[in-house]
Write a protein that binds this ligand. Structure first.
Ligand code: ZN
Ligand code: ZN
Length: 352
């Protein structure tokens, strides 16, 4: 096997490079994964844009990866060389009370308070966009059937969507309005549909409307052209949506949702944006209209496993959500495209 590995690094605002260092040795309970692709998540391109200064440089970025097991430590029993896997980057301890209750992994009681630690090579991050990545066996997740690596890279975002839908306690037949048909909006819409909901999508960008249609959604509102309020009413048999999923973090989107929400509505605050969008919500309305404002972020271990299975068995279609594939050397171009509004996931293909 080779001695050195290449990996993608965010070195400064608007600057992504390919660096190289030795392939780290694995301990007995670790797995060496030969990554094959890594998708650029919002977290990554917002850092590249300079919007997330809480994430330090140099960042060996990447968590929406997938690869093949290249080597296993002596104590690793559940994985073998050649397995296709993804990395559970939430790093739960799996031993504390909250982990044992199967709660959201961000609620792990032993989660390090210092979120980013520097490694012996001087980098932060998980090396998801690296040729090799060392992962503790606890955090390796096997992909059920071999699927394209870029598609397996949707495990983490899909798991977060499953967590949100779970928190929404969605019942079959509910009218769900999804605001925003970006990658996360269309994952939310597909999962809510899978759970039996009737989906209405609100989106301004024509290209995204077409992608939503390609995925079989036909109740679509373009607020720049349609009478938003009226169309929501018509499409929900005058009932209004019982749940609204905010898949864009924008003040106007929130306001639009609150303006049309009926009694007993649930709001799922899925998106984050920096700087934080502002909204004003009348507490009396929350009181008299029985509204529920539900935040969501991250996922449970079960969501993670379910995500891998839904992708493996093609229950959720992510093929139209891959905008373009770039080779590792073109990492800067990949970030330029990922950060362009209206773009779905861009994938970085990692060379052998
Ligand atoms: Zn992500
Ligand atoms: Zn824990």
């Amino acid at each position: 096997m080779k001695k050195n590995m290449k990996f993608g690094v965010l070195v400064a605002d608007k600057k992504a490079e390919v660096h190289e260092h030795e392939i780290p040795k694995i301990e007995d309970d670790e797995v060496l994964v030969h990554n094959k692709s890594c998708n650029i998540c919002t977290h990554d391109y917002q850092q590249w844009l300079g919007l997330r200064h809480q994430q330090p440089y140099p960042m060996a970025w990447g968590h929406e990866q997938s690869g093949i097991v290249a080597d296993i430590g002596k104590k690793v029993k559940n994985f073998k060389v050649g397995d296709q896997v993804v990395d559970n980057i939430y790093r739960p301890c799996l031993e504390c009370a909250n982990c044992r209750k199967g709660l959201n992994m961000h609620l792990c009681l032993n989660k390090p308070t210092e979120k980013f630690t520097i490694d012996k090579y001087g980098y932060y991050g998980y090396y998801g966009c690296g040729q090799y990545e060392v992962i503790n066996k606890k955090h390796v997740v096997k992909v059920e059937k071999n699927i394209p690596f870029e598609e397996a890279g949707f495990t983490e975002p899909l798991a977060t969507v499953l967590q949100g839908i779970e928190r929404l306690s969605l019942q079959p037949g509910e009218h769900v309005l999804v605001i925003g048909a970006g990658t996360m909006g269309l994952l939310n819409a597909q999962v809510a549909r899978y759970f039996g909901a009737d989906i209405i999508i609100s989106e301004l960008i024509e290209k995204k409307i077409q992608t939503a249609q390609k995925l079989g959604f036909n109740k679509i509102i373009n607020p720049s052209k349609d009478d938003f309020k009226q169309k929501v009413k018509t499409l929900t048999n005058n009932q209004g949506p019982s749940a609204i999923i905010f898949a864009v973090g924008a003040t106007t989107a929130y306001q639009q949702g609150f303006d049309i929400a009926p009694r007993n509505a649930k709001f799922l605050i899925f998106a984050a944006n920096f700087p934080a969008p502002q909204w004003s919500i009348d507490p009396n309305l929350v009181h008299y209209k029985f509204w529920q404002v539900i935040g969501t972020y991250g996922a449970s271990l079960k969501n993670w496993q379910d995500a891998v299975e839904l992708l493996s068995y093609k229950k959720i279609n992510v093929t139209p959500l891959i905008e373009k594939r770039f080779v590792l050397e073109d990492i800067q171009k990949a970030f330029e495209m990922a950060a362009t509004p209206g773009t779905y996931r861009t994938a970085v293909i990692i060379p052998d």
